[in-house]
Ligand binder design. Structure first.
Ligand code: 5RP
Length: 253
């Protein structure tokens, strides 16, 4: 269920630009995936250059990378709050309204005032880390999404990753079918059987086709007994940094 496509330059530009938002003395949520990894590497470089920051990883993968690049780590229960979370996404509903700024990596921000009357909407969980990712994003004062242009869509239509208790895989599958979804238990690639998340759970990837109203589907999925967390992130993101070949375009919400 990993996201395909997107140039490494675009991902790097987005990740490095978001890392510039990390301020001295702050607590930062460290997202999961190949785009967030560029942000983590850039934060590691800034720590090496003297930045004082504490990171909260959202997965085994982001923890390993943060340790590798020298970011001091903490946990949600050891801090008063999270200043900023940076994370990738599998799909970002792109609002064609003019809340978009093009800025190169070298220019200062000219944040557009967020006047969007539609909440930000994302699908996450391609890497199966969406439960902790949502926890950290929701705890953060500010949540910035990093993406390449292949992630922007007018309407969310990828399968929605749903992390479930192992004992609930048949009952949740039945309930999402009743909602019009087609569930597939996510299989591991280098292990027989299903993917087991960092939390010891399983994942159903649920195909709904185009999702007309993600804000309605999100609480419906969350209310199914046995669902730990799903990958619809509604109204959590404050901005998306879309990397391009030579800079970054910013969407604010
Ligand atoms: C992991 C995620 C990732 O952020 C998402 O899959 C995007 O990854 P990438 O930047 O590698 O395309 O949600 O659960």
């Amino acid at each position: 269920m990993k996201t395909e496509g997107g140039s490494e330059t675009a991902k790097r530009n987005a990740g490095e630009r978001a890392a510039e938002e990390v301020t001295d003395g702050s607590v930062v949520g460290l997202g999961t995936g190949s785009t967030a990894a560029y942000a983590i590497e850039a934060i590691g470089q800034a720590v090496h250059d003297g930045l004082d920051v504490q990171g909260i990883p959202t997965s085994f993968q982001s923890r390993q990378l943060a340790l590798e690049v020298g970011i001091p780590l903490t946990s949600l229960d050891a801090v008063d709050g999270v200043d900023l979370a940076i994370d990738g996404a599998d799909q970002v509903r792109d609002d064609p309204s003019p809340n978009a700024d093009a800025d190169s990596n070298a220019t200062t921000d000219a944040d557009a005032n967020a006047t969007a009357d539609t909440a930000s909407a994302l699908i996450k969980g391609g890497g199966g880390a969406h439960a902790r990712e949502k926890l950290v994003a929701a705890a953060a004062d500010r949540f910035v999404v990093v993406a390449d242009p292949s992630k922007l869509v007018p309407e969310l239509d990828r399968s929605v990753p749903v992390e479930i208790l192992p004992a609930a895989h048949t009952t949740v599958a039945e309930r999402v079918r009743e909602l019009g979804g087609e569930p597939t238990l996510r299989d591991a690639e280098h292990k027989d059987g299903p993917v087991v998340t960092d939390n010891g759970n399983l994942i159903l990837d649920v195909a709904f086709g185009p999702i007309d109203s993600p804000a309605e589907l999100a609480p419906t999925l969350a209310a199914i007994p046995g669902v730990v967390e799903h990958g619809l992130f509604i109204g959590l993101a404050d901005a998306t940094y879309v990397g391009t070949a030579d800079g970054v375009e910013k969407r604010t919400y």
